[in-house]
Design a binder for this molecule. Structure first.
Ligand code: C2E
Ligand code: MG
Ligand code: MG
Length: 345
């Protein structure tokens, strides 16, 4: 405990110096279209090239930068460099940048970002801003204003790490997101845990109804890729396609014909089809609902006491009653004559 506190203090005291010495550098991880397997863009991930220590990850130094009020300066430097690096990519590729929820407290953020983009002549239309779900956005009205402004300039907005925080659904309701990134914890156990599969399928349903594009994080193997493709996920990222790497390696990946992922064996595909059957309840439910609502005959669901739980429009129409007139009532009440006849029969 004492050691980690001491280390924490060291990280904090060294961070300002590290920024001045350009030790914090951008790495890039490919984001891939899961259907075509083509690279759609890269996510910028900060790396600290410390002269002595090797293992200070962003999970450690980003919170320190937030606490010290250095996150704005850190983002600015990384974004400036990333715009220079992205100038070497094909023009349709996007750049995704993580924005700390703390930065949504500062109404100068859109001006700061547009200044950097203008100087580098990097179009807003190629920029995606990722905001993690795990932190609470304190002032949601200000956040909506800032994000709305950035979106009106052309940036896309992604809700990052979906499923790990307390307020993801609230953020989806309140803030103008275009993309949802489902967190790696669900993808990791997608092929081994039924619960993960159901959650990932349900999140897809949510994205379809809210018209959000999807990115699955942490894809490490072919089985996860195929499962996500079957569930309809659009884009993804993970070690299967490429680890975060310096700009030169990202460029090399693009030059080598982009990410190539081996095709699955027949046995793997058969296994995935079996898993898919289990993972499809949401789609089955929609099909059932469409059949029920569009059926040319009257259909109803009854409970054990023969009371109506649901009726379709056709049945209501046939009886000349609104659907609400059936709900909770016994069949004998709604059709006294017919029930007498069936009792006699
Ligand atoms: P994130 O934005 O959700 O980024 C994804 C993280 O998952 C990255 O960790 C990435 O290296 C890791 N990852 C990607 N694919 C795989 C995979 O297949 N398997 C596994 N096990 N991990 C994978 P990283 O680079 O350590 O970053 C951690 C977090 O730190 C990021 O999560 C982001 O929230 C934050 N972060 C990183 N760079 C920045 C930055 O420049 N600004 C801000 N505000 N936050 C940053
Ligand atoms: Mg991210
Ligand atoms: Mg994430």
């Amino acid at each position: 405990m004492l050691t980690s506190r001491t280390e924490g203090r060291n990280v904090a005291s060294e961070l300002a110096r590290a920024l001045d010495r350009n030790e914090i550098v951008p790495y890039y991880q490919p984001i891939v279209n899961l259907q075509t397997r083509r690279i759609e863009g890269f996510e910028l991930l900060a790396r600290w090239q410390h002269p002595i220590r090797q293992n200070i990850g962003p999970a450690e130094f980003i919170p320190a930068a937030e606490k010290l009020g250095l996150i704005g300066a850190l983002t600015e430097r990384l974004l400036r460099q990333a715009c220079i690096d992205a100038a070497n990519w094909p023009a349709h590729l996007r750049l995704s940048v993580n924005i700390s929820p703390r930065q949504l407290h500062d109404s100068r953020l859109p001006k700061q970002i547009s200044g950097i983009l203008e100087q580098a002549r990097f179009p807003f239309q190629r920029l995606t801003l990722e905001i993690t779900e795990s932190a609470v956005v304190d002032d949601i009205d200000l956040a909506r204003l800032i994000l709305g402004h950035l979106r009106s300039l052309g940036a896309h907005l992604a809700l990052d790490d979906f499923g790990t925080g307390y307020s993801g659904l609230r953020h989806l309701q309140e803030l103008p997101f275009d993309i949802l990134k489902v967190d790696a914890i669900f993808v990791r156990t997608l092929c081994t845990k039924t619960e993960s599969r159901k959650i990932v399928a349900a999140v897809m349903g949510l994205c379809q109804s809210l018209k959000l594009a999807t990115i699955a994080e942490g894809i490490e193997n072919d089985s996860q890729l195929e499962m996500l493709r079957c569930l309809g996920y659009g884009n993804g990222q993970g070690w299967l396609f490429g680890r975060p790497a310096p700009a030169a390696e990202a460029e090399a990946l693009l030059k080598n014909g982009q990410s190539v992922v081996a095709l699955n064996s027949v046995a793997q595909i058969a296994e995935q089809v079996a898993l898919q059957l289990e993972a499809m309840p949401i789609q089955c439910l929609w099909q059932l609902k469409a059949l029920y609502e569009g059926a040319p005959v009257g259909l109803a669901f009854l409970d054990r006491e023969l009371r109506y739980l649901a009726v379709n429009e056709r049945l209501a129409e046939m009886q000349g009653l609104p659907t609400a007139a059936f709900l909770g009532r016994a069949v004998a009440d709604v059709f006294p004559e017919e029930s007498k006849m069936s009792n006699r029969g």
